[in-house]
Design a protein around this ligand. Structure first.
Ligand code: UDP
Ligand code: MN
Length: 259
C-alpha cells in the first residue's frame, strides 16, 4: 500500500455521503493501492460517518470556523463561498504527498492509480468550456502554503462561477497552455451526458472509460428505486449502464447497511 498518496472526496450532508459510499466501494473494487480519504462537515450524521469509515481509511472533519484561525476568518466575510472553501480543505492533507480529488458524484470503473504519476494541477477539460478544467477530478499536492494562497485568492478575486471550478481555474490559470501532460484524458472524467451529446464517440470509446461523473442537478441517489430497480426520470441524460452500475454497488454494498 502506498501510504503517502490518497484519493480524496468530500461530503457536506448525508445524501452526498451516499455518493461517496458508492465511490469508495468502486475504488475498493478496482483494488487501488492508495488510501481513501473523505472530508466531512458538521452536516454529516454520526451514523453516516461510521458507515463512511467502513470504506474510507480516513474520515476527516473540516469546515469548523475557528476564531483564532486567521485564514478561516476570511471565510466569514464571504459566506457564499462556503462550499467552495470546503473543497479547498483538501490542500491541508499534508500527511500525503500527492492526492487525486474525486467529486462524490463520480464512479470509478477501472483502476486508475496511474493518475498519481501526474503533477499538480492535472485535470480533464470541461465539456462546456474546454479551456477550463472540470474540477470534479484533479491531481494535486497538499500544501498549507497552497491552501493559504487559495483562500487569499478567493478573498481577493472570488470565483467567476460562484463555485470551486471558477476559483481553481483562475488560480491555476496557465493550465490550458502550460503543459499538455497536465491535460488528462476524458476517460478520467467522462461527463455521463456524453452518450447523448456525442453518441458515436461514446460507442467507440465508452468501454475505455475509467471514471464517470454524474454532474448536474440529477444525482444517481435522487433516482427513485423500487425493489432494487432504478426509475429513470425522462429528463435524465446519464448513460444507462453507468447508472445501473452505480445502483448495483449501492444495492449490494450500501443499502443493506442503512437503518
Ligand atoms: N458537495 C457536497 N455538498 C453539497 C454540494 C457539493 O458535499 O451540497 C461536494 C460533493 O463532493 C460534490 C462536489 O462538492 O460532488 C461538487 O458538487 P457537485 O458534484 O454537485 O457539482 P457538479 O459536478 O454537478 O457541478
Ligand atoms: Mn460533481
Amino acid at each position: 500500500k502506498v501510504e503517502d498518496e490518497a484519493f480524496v472526496t468530500l461530503a457536506t450532508d448525508d445524501s452526498y455521503s451516499l455518493g461517496a459510499l458508492v465511490l469508495g466501494h468502486s475504488l475498493r473494487k478496482v483494488q487501488t493501492s492508495r488510501s481513501l480519504v473523505i472530508l466531512v462537515t458538521v452536516g454529516v450524521s454520526a451514523d453516516m460517518r461510521s458507515l463512511l469509515s467502513s470504506v474510507y481509511d480516513l474520515v476527516e472533519e473540516v469546515g469548523e470556523i475557528d476564531s483564532k484561525d486567521e485564514v478561516n476568518l476570511t471565510v466569514l466575510t464571504r459566506p457564499e463561498l462556503g462550499v467552495t472553501f470546503t473543497k479547498l480543505h483538501c490542500w491541508r492533507l499534508s500527511q500525503f504527498k500527492k492526492c487525486v480529488f474525486l467529486d462524490a458524484d463520480t464512479l470509478v470503473l477501472q483502476n486508475c492509480d496511474e493518475l498519481f504519476n501526474r503533477e499538480e494541477l492535472s485535470a480533464v477539460p470541461d465539456v462546456g468550456w474546454p479551456d477550463c478544467f472540470n474540477s470534479g477530478v484533479f491531481v494535486f499536492r497538499p500544501s498549507d502554503e497552497t491552501y493559504k494562497a487559495l483562500v487569499q485568492f478567493a478573498e481577493d478575486k472570488g470565483s467567476f462561477d460562484g463555485g470551486d471550478q471558477g476559483l481553481l481555474n483562475l488560480f491555476f490559470q496557465d493550465w490550458a497552455t502550460k503543459d499538455i501532460s497536465q491535460h488528462l484524458s476524458f476517460l478520467y472524467n467522462m461527463n455521463s451526458n456524453a452518450s447523448y451529446t456525442y453518441l458515436p464517440a461514446f460507442q467507440q470509446f465508452g468501454k475505455d472509460v475509467k471514471i464517470v461523473h454524474f454532474l448536474g442537478e440529477l444525482k444517481p441517489w435522487k433516482y427513485i428505486v423500487s425493489e432494487g430497480k432504478l426509475m429513470k426520470p425522462s429528463e435524465s441524460q446519464h448513460s444507462e449502464d453507468h447508472l445501473q452500475y452505480w445502483w448495483d454497488l449501492y444495492m449490494s454494498h450500501v443499502e443493506p447497511h442503512l437503518q
